[in-house]
Design a protein around this ligand. Structure first.
Ligand code: ADP
Ligand code: MG
Length: 625
C-alpha cells in the first residue's frame, strides 16, 4: 500500500513469532481465546472510561459492548471484531510490535524447549498466537483519540501501518482479520468456532456472537425453481412418499391453476449469541458446578493448562460493605513469585456493580496473598469516581479484612480435607469418602511446597493474623520422620514439663541433624523443629509465641531442659570457666557457662538470646557480599 509505514518487530518479538510460525504445537485453538480475551479487556477499558464520561461510548451500534465473529469461506478469512477501546497508531506500534512484560524471554526459552504454548496469555504475548493459524494478519483499529488505522504483518520480521482509507469505518474498536493458512481451514467451520467459544470463552462478560448461517424455509413462486429437490406445498395430492415424483407432476400439470408456491430451504445469516453473560459470582454457589468453577478459573487466570486450582471459595459478604467474591489457590506458583515479591500486584479483579474496574488494586489483598487469583464485585463502592478516589475509599479496608479471613479459611480447609494431614490431628480422623480422599491426599504438602513461603511472609507482615497463619505453618522436625508437621502436632507431642517450643536454624536438615546442639535434646526425647529456609530467621524474629508457648532456639542462650541440677557442677568448674573467659578475652565471648545441653561434644559456641544466630550471621554475610 502506498501510504504504509514500515516497522521492524523488536528482536524478541521476532524470535517469538518464528517459534510460533514453526511450531508443531497441536493445540492451535488457543489463538481464539487469546483474541477474545483481548477483545474483552478492550471492552472493559472503554466501559470503565464511560463511567466518568458517557460520551466515550458514542451512539448506536458503537455503544454496544460486544464481540462478533464472522467467517469468509471464499477469501479464507476469520474475522473478529470488538467495540472496545481500540488502538491509536502509537498503540498499534507499541502493543503489537514490542513486549512489555518482563519474564517473557524466559517464557520464550521454555516454550522453545517444551513446545507448550498454553501459558502464552500469562506472558502478555497472547496476540502473536494468531500466527499459529494465519500467515497474514490485519488489525484494523479505531480509538476515540485518533483516526482509523490498519496494522498488517506476514510474520516476516516486519509490520506495516497505514491510515485506513478503504475499509468501512468501525466507529470504535478493533477488527482482526486472520488470513488462514491452508492447514488451518477448519477454523472456517462455524461449528468448530461455536464449540471453541463455548469451551474456552464461556465466562467472558460480554456477548460473543457469530454470524451464523441458518437454513430457513421460504415460500417462493414455484416457477422460479426448476430443481425437483424442493417441496411443493400447494400440491393437494402431495403424499409423504414420492415427493420428487409429486414435484415433477406438479410442474407438468396444467398451468391454469393459481400461481403455485414452493417452500425451499435457503441459507440466511444472523447473529447467534454463544455465551451466557450472567457472571458466575452472581449465581448461588450451590448452582455452580465444580467444572464451571474450574473453567472460570482458566479464563480468569489465563491459565489453560490441564491443572485444576487447588481450592476455591465463593462467598457473599453482607452488612456495611457488600460484595461477592470468588477466590482461587492456583495449582502452581508463578515462576517469579518471590523474585519480585514487593513489586508484585494483586491478582484480584475488582468489579463495582458488574463493571470491571481494575486488576491492579493493591488495596484488596496484602502482598503475602498476592498469589491468589479471583474476583471481587462490590455494590458498596461508588462507580463514577476516578481510580485514585476508589483506591482511597474506606470500604476497601473492610473488604480486604474479609478477603484475608476467607482466604485463610480456604487454605486451612485444604489441610483439613487432606487425609495425610488429618491423621493424628487431635487424635480424631475426619470422615470422608474414599474418592475424596484420593483427590485431597497430599494437597496440603503440595500447597506448602508452592506457597509456604507466602505463609511465612504473612506471619512477618500481618500481626493481626499471626496466630491464624501460624496454624498453617509446616516444617520438619527431629520427630516428623521426613514429613511435614505443624505447631499443633508439635504441642500435642511435647513432654510433660516442657515449657518452650524448641527449634534450630541452618542450611539443611542433614546438616542440622549432626549439630551438637541436638545431642542432649535428642537423647532426652525432646522434639526440635528444623528451620532451613533463609526466611525462617526473619520469621522467628516475629513468631515469639504460639498457644502460650515461647520459642527457644536451641543454639541460643536460655535453653532450659527441665530443672537446673547443675549448681554443684557450676561451682566445681568455676575456676575453669573463669580461665576460659580470660583466655578468650571479653570481646570474643560474653560469657562462659556450664550447661546441660550437650552429650558427647565437650563445648559449643552459643549465641545470645537477642543476638543473631550463627545461621543468621551466615545469611547476612551472604547478602553483603
Ligand atoms: P496482553 O493481552 O496480555 O496484554 P497480548 O499480546 O494479548 O497481551 O496483547 C498485547 C496488547 O495489545 C494488549 O495489552 C492491548 O494493549 C493490545 N490489544 C490487543 N488486542 C486488542 C484489542 N482487541 N483492542 C485493543 N487493544 C488490543
Ligand atoms: Mg491478551
Amino acid at each position: 500500500r502506498n501510504n504504509a509505514e514500515k516497522f521492524e518487530f523488536q528482536a524478541e518479538v521476532s524470535r517469538l513469532m518464528d517459534i510460533i510460525v514453526n511450531s508443531l504445537y497441536s493445540n492451535k485453538d488457543i489463538f481464539l481465546r487469546e483474541l477474545i480475551s483481548n477483545a474483552s479487556d478492550a471492552l472493559d477499558k472503554i466501559r470503565f472510561l464511560s463511567l466518568t464520561d458517557k460520551e466515550v461510548l458514542g451512539e448506536g451500534d458503537a455503544a454496544k459492548l460486544e464481540i462478533q465473529i464472522k467467517l469468509d469461506k471464499e477469501k479464507k478469512i476469520l474475522l473478529l471484531r470488538d467495540r472496545g477501546i481500540g488502538m491509536t497508531k502509537e498503540d498499534l506500534i507499541k502493543n503489537l510490535g514490542t513486549i512489555a512484560k518482563s519474564g517473557t524471554s524466559a517464557f520464550v526459552e521454555k516454550m522453545q524447549s517444551s513446545g507448550d504454548l498454553n501459558l502464552i496469555g500469562q506472558f502478555g504475548v497472547g496476540f502473536y498466537s494468531v500466527y499459529l493459524v494465519a500467515d497474514y494478519v490485519e488489525v484494523i483499529s479505531k480509538h476515540n483519540d485518533d483516526k482509523q488505522y490498519v496494522w498488517e504483518s506476514k510474520a516476516d520480521g516486519a509490520f506495516a501501518i497505514s491510515e485506513d482509507t478503504w475499509n468501512e469505518p468501525l466507529g470504535r474498536g478493533t477488527e482482526i482479520r486472520l488470513h488462514l493458512r491452508d492447514e488451518a481451514q477448519e477454523y472456517l467451520e462455524e461449528n468448530k468456532l461455536k464449540e471453541l467459544v463455548k469451551t474456552y470463552s464461556e465466562f467472558i462478560n460480554f456477548p460473543i456472537s457469530i454470524w451464523a448461517s441458518k437454513e430457513v424455509d421460504v415460500e417462493v413462486p414455484a416457477d422460479e425453481y426448476d430443481s425437483g429437490d424442493e417441496e411443493e406445498t400447494t400440491d393437494k395430492t402431495k403424499s409423504e412418499e414420492g415427493e420428487d415424483e409429486d414435484a415433477e407432476k406438479g410442474e407438468d400439470e396444467d398451468t391454469e391453476k393459481k400461481p403455485k408456491k414452493k417452500t425451499v430451504k435457503e441459507t440466511t445469516y444472523e447473529w447467534e449469541l454463544l455465551n451466557d453473560v450472567k457472571a458466575i459470582w452472581l449465581r448461588s454457589p450451590k448452582d455452580v458446578t465444580e467444572d464451571e468453577y474450574i473453567k472460570f478459573y482458566h479464563t480468569l487466570a489465563k491459565d489453560f493448562s490441564a491443572e485444576k486450582p487447588m481450592a476455591w471459595s465463593h462467598f457473599t459478604a453482607e452488612g456495611d460493605v457488600e460484595f461477592k467474591a470468588v477466590l482461587y489457590v492456583p495449582p502452581k506458583a508463578p515462576h517469579n513469585l518471590y523474585d519480585s515479591y514487593y513489586k508484585a500486584k494483586s491478582n484480584l479483579k475488582l468489579y463495582v456493580r458488574r463493571v470491571f474496574i481494575s486488576d491492579e488494586f493493591d488495596e484488596l489483598l496484602p502482598k503475602f496473598l498476592s498469589f491468589l487469583k479471583g474476583i471481587v464485585d462490590s455494590d458498596t463502592l461508588p462507580l463514577n469516581v476516578s481510580r485514585e478516589m476508589l483506591q482511597a475509599h474506606s470500604s476497601l479496608k473492610t473488604i480486604k479484612k474479609k478477603l484475608i479471613r476467607k482466604a485463610l479459611d480456604m487454605i486451612r480447609k485444604i489441610a483439613e480435607e487432606d487425609p495425610d494431614e488429618s491423621s493424628g490431628k487431635d487424635g480424631k480422623e475426619v470422615e470422608k469418602s474414599d474418592d475424596d480422599d484420593d483427590e485431597k491426599k497430599g494437597q496440603y504438602t503440595k500447597f506448602w511446597n508452592e506457597f509456604g513461603k507466602s505463609i511465612k511472609l504473612g506471619i512477618i507482615e500481618d500481626a493481626s493474623n499471626r496466630n491464624r497463619l501460624s496454624k498453617l505453618l509446616r516444617f520438619q522436625s527431629t520427630k516428623s520422620d521426613g514429613k511435614l508437621t505443624s505447631l499443633d502436632k508439635y504441642i500435642s507431642r511435647m513432654k510433660s514439663g516442657q515449657k518452650d517450643i524448641f527449634y534450630i536454624t541452618g542450611t539443611s536438615k542433614e546438616q542440622l541433624e549432626k549439630s551438637p546442639f541436638l545431642e542432649r535434646l535428642k537423647k532426652q526425647n525432646y522434639e526440635v523443629i528444623f528451620f532451613t529456609d533463609p526466611v525462617d530467621e526473619y520469621l522467628m524474629q516475629y513468631l515469639m509465641d504460639y498457644e502460650g508457648k515461647q520459642f527457644q532456639n536451641v543454639s541460643k542462650e536460655g535453653l532450659k531442659l527441665g530443672k537446673d541440677k547443675n549448681k554443684e557442677l557450676k561451682e566445681s568448674f568455676k575456676e575453669l570457666t573463669k580461665w576460659w573467659k580470660g583466655a578468650l578475652t571479653t570481646d570474643k565471648v560474653d560469657e562462659v557457662k556450664i550447661s546441660n545441653r550437650l552429650d558427647n561434644t565437650p563445648c559449643v559456641v552459643v549465641t545470645s538470646k537477642f543476638g543473631w544466630s550463627a545461621n543468621m550471621e551466615r545469611i547476612m554475610q551472604a547478602q553483603t557480599l
